[in-house]
Design a protein. Structure first.
Length: 84
């Protein structure tokens, strides 16, 4: 189900000011989830981690899964756009 996230401060994506992000968690694919995990590890500076915390307690991953939910319905956006 699509939802909207109203931003307090607009962000610039593809030379357009965006103040509402549409997202749908049901549209996240397995590949997007895996990419979210990789991006989270890169942001944290983690290179080779064989042990990961339980997903419920991996708060950094929650943010990147949220980004994946936005990307799922806005394919013109990138992880880098939303990390800014």
């Amino acid at each position: 189900m699509k939802n909207e996230l109203k931003l307090k401060n607009s962000i610039l994506i593809n030379n357009k000011e965006v103040d509402i992000l549409t997202y749908d968690i049901e549209e996240i694919t397995a590949m997007m989830f895996a990419e979210a995990d990789v991006k989270k590890k890169q942001a944290a500076g983690i290179k080779n981690v064989s042990i990961s915390p339980a997903v419920e307690f991996d708060f950094g991953l929650h943010m990147y899964v949220g980004i994946a939910a936005v990307l799922a319905v806005n394919p013109e956006y990138t992880f880098e756009d939303l990390e800014r």
